[in-house]
Design a protein around this ligand. Structure first.
Ligand SMILES: Nc1ncnc2c1ncn2[C@@H]1O[C@H](COP(=O)(O)OP(=O)(O)O)[C@@H](O)[C@H]1O
Ligand SMILES: [Mg+2]
Length: 251
C-alpha cells in the first residue's frame, strides 16, 4: 500500500482556456490532517474537486500532469468507486432536506452496503453522530428533518454523513466558513480525532484555523504551491515572503 494518500505531479488545469492550476506538485501522507491554505481565488476548491474527479462535471476542463489517489492514477479508475473512497464535504451545509436526520447519515451506508443489519446501521449512525459531537443534540429527534437544526449542526450532520460512508480520504472545502465559533470548534475537534481512521485534506483561507488543526500544511497561491511542510515549521519559520504575508493576514 502506498505511503501516500495523494501524489500530484506537475498538475496543470485549465478551464475554458484559463489556467487555474499552474504546475501543482504535492504529496499527502496517509492518516494526516493536511491543510491546504490560500487566499480566495488561488485554486483551492478546483484542486480539491480534481482529487475525486468532481471536476469532470465542469465544462471546458483540460488537465495535464499526474494525479494519483490511494496509489492509482485517478483517470485509470472508476470515478464512482473513487468518489466512494474519497468524499467531499462542501462549504455550504447540504443535507438532503426531504430525509430525516437518521436517514441522511444512513444513506451512504445503505447505498454502499457497508452494513448488513438494522442494528449495525443504528450503530454506524450513532458512531458517526458521536464523532461530530452531534449525538447528544439529536438522539431524541432522529426522525425529524434537518431544517430543524442550526447551520452549524447541519454542517456537522453533513460531516457525519460523509464519515458514515467510511471514506479513506475526507476532503473538506472550507467546512466552517459559514458557521459560528462553537460549531467551528466542534468540527475542528472531531477532525483531530479522525486522524487514525482517515486522511483529512481541508481547505481554508484562514491561517488561524490551519494553526489550530494542521499536522502538515501547504500554501497555494495563484495556482502554485509556494510552500509546504510540517505545520509547526511552516508557521514558526516560513521560508517564503508570500507565506509570511498570508500568515499575517496580509493577502
Ligand atoms: N467553473 C469555472 N469556470 C470558470 N472559472 C472557474 C470555474 N471554477 C473556478 N474558476 C476560476 O478559478 C479560479 C480559482 O477558483 P477556486 O478553485 O474556486 O479558488 P479558491 O477555492 O481558492 O477560492 C478563480 O479565478 C475562479 O474564478
Ligand atoms: Mg474555494
Amino acid at each position: 500500500m502506498s505511503l501516500y494518500a495523494v501524489e500530484v505531479e506537475d498538475l496543470h488545469l485549465r478551464i475554458k482556456g484559463v489556467e487555474i492550476l499552474r504546475g501543482v506538485t504535492l504529496r499527502v501522507r496517509r492518516n494526516t490532517l493536511f491543510v491546504l491554505m490560500g487566499p480566495s481565488g488561488s485554486g483551492k476548491s478546483t484542486f480539491l474537486r480534481t482529487l475525486n474527479r468532481l471536476i469532470d462535471f465542469v465544462d471546458g476542463v483540460e488537465l495535464s500532469g499526474l494525479v494519483k489517489v490511494l496509489g492509482q492514477d485517478i483517470y485509470s479508475v472508476d470515478p464512482y468507486d473513487l468518489r466512494r473512497r474519497v468524499v467531499l464535504v462542501s462549504q455550504e451545509p447540504n443535507p438532503f432536506p426531504h430525509m430525516t436526520i437518521y436517514d441522511n447519515v444512513a444513506l451512504p451506508a445503505r447505498l454502499n452496503k457497508i452494513v448488513r443489519t438494522k442494528r449495525e446501521l443504528d450503530d454506524l449512525v450513532r458512531w458517526a453522530l458521536e464523532k461530530v459531537m452531534l449525538w447528544e443534540e439529536v438522539k431524541d429527534r432522529l426522525k425529524s428533518y434537518p431544517h430543524a437544526l442550526s447551520g452549524g449542526q447541519r454542517q456537522r450532520l453533513c460531516l457525519a454523513r460523509a464519515l458514515a460512508a467510511k471514506p479513506e480520504i475526507l476532503l473538506l472545502d472550507e467546512p466552517t466558513a459559514n458557521i459560528d465559533p462553537v460549531n467551528t470548534i466542534k468540527i475542528e475537534e472531531s477532525l483531530k480525532s479522525l486522524r487514525d481512521e482517515v486522511t483529512v485534506i481541508m481547505v481554508t483561507h484562514m491561517p488561524h484555523q490551519a494553526v489550530r488543526v494542521a499536522d502538515h500544511v501547504a500554501l497555494l497561491h495563484s495556482g502554485v504551491i509556494v510552500e509546504e511542510g510540517p505545520a509547526m515549521e511552516v508557521f514558526m519559520s516560513p521560508k517564503k515572503e508570500v507565506t509570511n504575508e498570508f500568515l499575517r493576514g496580509a493577502l
